[in-house]
Design a binder for this molecule. Structure first.
Ligand code: F6R
Length: 250
């Protein structure tokens, strides 16, 4: 079962995530990270970006990211490449050649197949030490939506209606502009990491509950983490609220 650490609120969550990333870097200077985008990690990335120079030494580290929206080139303000560069990569001392961000270009089936296989190969050759994850409202990790096989690898996926709905505000409520597909590492890639750690804050209480309390099943992709011996959940009290209710004496 994953270890669960509950912190007070989003601020403490961000501080704790940043602290653990520092610990991971101090422990292994040439660590390989697989990192998410999304609101949950903005606070931690901000702390890392504004830390005293030298606090977070990424000079020997390698960074991959988990996923990308299809049809959003790196220049697109909604692309995860843009998010990663703006909120983390451009602020730290990682070497450009050690940064591998998922490409969101639409490709022919043959090129896509070759791209996904090459991404998998790179992940496998480097070996991921620390995989950080957010969680979707229905339990997705990366863009592995409900129904994703636990043996899945890097591929193109269709977004669930809930994932599309969650993007509405970012696209000024114009559903016609929202990408309907993404490219993501698979659940097998995530489970192959040495230490997968999921962070969650408000709005994620039922997804966190399903991930930890339901039998591991593809209907909740995050429940796959139950099968990993080093998985860790760092959640704030809002995200833990359904777990706390279920644990309360009746
Ligand atoms: C994004 C990713 C997603 C998000 C998840 C939570 O790279 O992998 O699984 O982590 O959708 O997103 P936020 O943090 O915005 O709630």
């Amino acid at each position: 079962m994953p270890k669960v650490e509950v912190v007070k609120d989003y601020k403490e969550l961000s501080e704790h995530v940043a602290y653990l990333i520092k610990t991971q870097l101090d422990r292994k200077h040439d660590a390989t990270f697989l990192l998410p985008t999304g609101g949950t990690f903005l606070g931690a990335y901000d702390i890392i970006s504004h830390a005293r120079p030298g606090t977070y030494d990424f000079s020997e580290a390698t960074i991959f990211n988990l996923d990308e929206r299809l049809g959003t080139p790196p220049t697109d303000p909604h692309s995860f490449q843009r998010y990663m560069r703006k909120n983390l990569i451009d602020q730290i001392n990682v070497k450009p050649e050690n940064v591998h961000l998922m490409d969101g270009s639409v490709m022919s089936p043959e090129r896509n197949d070759a791209y996904c296989k090459a991404f998998d190969r790179m992940l496998g050759e480097r070996g991921v030490d620390y995989c950080w994850l957010g969680i979707g409202g229905e339990g997705h990790i990366g863009y592995n939506e409900a129904g994703s096989p636990f043996g899945s690898t890097t591929r193109v996926v269709d977004f669930s209606p809930r994932t599309i709905e969650d993007m509405l505000a970012e696209y000024d409520n114009d559903a016609s502009r929202i990408p309907t597909k993404g490219r993501t590492v698979g659940i097998r890639n995530i489970l192959a990491s040495r230490e997968p750690t999921l962070a969650a804050s408000k709005g994620k209480a039922s997804a966190v509950y399903m991930a930890l309390k339901c039998k591991p099943d593809r209907s909740c992709p995050a429940s796959a983490l139950q099968t990993h011996e080093n998985a860790l959940f760092i959640i704030d009290e809002a995200a833990a609220s359904e777990l706390l209710v279920s644990a309360a004496p009746s």
